[in-house]
Design a protein around this ligand. Sequence first.
Ligand code: FAD
Length: 288
Amino acid sequence: MIEKSEVNLANKTTFKIGGIAKHFFIPESDVELIELIKKLKKENKSWYILSGGSNLLIDDQKQYENVIYMEKMDTTITMTEEGCFYIGASNRIQKIIRKVNKLGYGGFEELFCLPAMFGGIIYMNAGIGGRNNVKFNISDFITKVKVFDIESEKIVLMNKEDCNFEYRKSIFKNGNFIILGAEIKLEKQKIEDSNNRIEKRIEYCKNNQEWGKGCFGSCFSNFSPRILKIVSLFCGNRKGVRMARNNSNWLVNDGTGSYNDAITIINRCCFLHRILHREIEREVIIWK
Ligand SMILES: Cc1cc2nc3c(=O)[nH]c(=O)nc-3n(C[C@H](O)[C@H](O)[C@H](O)COP(=O)(O)OP(=O)(O)OC[C@H]3O[C@@H](n4cnc5c(N)ncnc54)[C@H](O)[C@@H]3O)c2cc1C
């Protein structure tokens, strides 16, 4: 187990905003992770789980007592039988895609541009929304998810049906489980087709996604595009944070932005939806 103190979380998120982790743990196996969780539980302490940090807004005025970084917990990728793989939660999605493509399989190449780890991808049920006829969620490929059940302190292999996957949602959002890895089933795919899908997606992201000095992808998963556009035209800019030029659902940090700037814009969007009686659901996870 690697242990650090006073780690600046801004450097661990793609939005480049965040507070300080007083204790920053990097477990190097699932055994180390589970021992750590049991210890923290016994001491009545809470913790935060951090993977790629690509869907997180972290309060830059706060100190977080215990943060567990999943980067080294489990990086295995194993083909268990033809087309079936076990994938550890710590793997970056790019590594997974390259590996399964090389073995002649594929299916979720469009996730190549996500700066995310597999655990975070399962937690969020990440996917692609339908542009160029490509539409899927990672749950379409999952057969089982291996978790540590925090209450029973047991490792459990959950069937996909028990994971309550919906659009950008899963049972894991209830905070009762830590995702250790998952089994997936893939179809055969020629390496040329896989490479082609990756290249197309990279091209699309280059032309359509604005990074600035930081972003966390889509802010909301359910919203009125018109209302977001209104916010973007009249008050979608606050100091260092603004809505992206070609996508009002995408916040960009120019490098000087703060948590408060981002929260102010998010609150404006929610407020306008509320007074116009329209639904809005936040996708980005906020560490308060
Ligand atoms: C440039 C860019 C493009 C993006 N494009 C897309 C896209 O096309 N489609 C899409 O769906 N999303 C997209 N996203 C959003 C983001 O990449 C996804 O939501 C991704 O699933 C987050 O994974 P992560 O590893 O970064 O998780 P993090 O942001 O680190 O964590 C997200 C949440 O999951 C929890 N968590 C993480 N790992 C575990 C674990 N092992 N066990 C339990 N809880 C865990 C964390 O505690 C946190 O609450 C994009 C983001 C960026 C910055």
